[in-house]
Write a protein that binds this ligand. Structure first.
Ligand code: 4FV
Length: 218
């Protein structure tokens, strides 16, 4: 649910998301609260009661937009800085749902009385964005990657870094020598066991230096 459906066209049809849609593994559509505004100017926001800067999204157009697509199977997710931190685990859980309605706020936020129609509130990080559209795309991307069939088996395994509680191992590709910098010899050994061991050790070292918190979580 967004006031800016045009923002989604390019992103959701590109790369893996686009292929998942072509494969019929996922479908998506936008619903715009402006189409549910009873106001002759299709107004969807108004000044905050009690004064203060900015505008607030009105409850009615937002609620009607959500209810126009909501089914018994729908999970209504509101993207906001007040939400629970988004995570790989949350992406896996949402990927099991049949129908997600990602509600993108705008302006200073939404009328508090509409919070009741949301099943979940998710934040992608402790910073304030202009709208919920980018967070909705982040959630959509992470969730679609979890849908069985979007990735071939080995690809799926490869993209499960956070699920394994460690960061990914370093990757290398051609040229073999770049600005005098070599590629670790073991990667040309053809000894897959030694390569897997090297990668496991390298992933652990990367996690220890960049995200030690992940190791304590594992
Ligand atoms: C946000 C976030 C976020 C707040 C005001 C939209 C904006 C505006 N959403 N994670 N961080 N939303 O900044 O999810 O309405």
């Amino acid at each position: 649910m967004t006031l800016f459906p045009e923002m989604f066209a390019s992103v959701m049809d590109a790369s893996i998301l686009g292929r998942a849609r072509q494969k019929g593994l996922v479908s998506w559509d936008c619903v715009n609260p402006r189409d549910f505004s009873r106001d002759k100017h299709h107004k969807v926001d108004d000044r905050p009661f009690g004064g203060g800067p900015g505008m607030v999204m009105m409850p009615e157009p937002l609620a009607e937009a959500v209810e126009s697509v909501k089914t018994k199977q729908s999970i209504v997710v509101f993207l906001s800085p007040q939400g629970e931190p988004f995570s790989d685990e949350k992406a896996s859980r949402l990927a099991e749902e049949k129908h997600l309605i990602l509600v993108c706020g705008h302006y200073e936020g939404v009328d508090e009385r509409v919070m009741g129609i949301f099943d979940e509130e998710i934040s992608i990080g402790d910073y304030v964005l202009t709208g919920g559209e980018l967070p909705a795309m982040v959630v959509a991307d992470a969730v679609v990657r979890k849908i069985p069939g979007v990735f071939k088996k080995e690809e799926a395994a490869a993209s499960e870094s956070f699920a394994s509680g460690a960061l990914d191992f370093p990757q290398y590709t051609r040229p073999r020598l770049w600005r005098g910098r070599e590629v670790p010899e073991v990667l040309f050994s053809g000894d897959h066991k030694r390569i897997a061991q090297w990668r496991k050790k390298a992933a652990h070292a990367a996690t220890l230096s960049k995200r030690p918190d992940l190791l304590s979580r594992a």
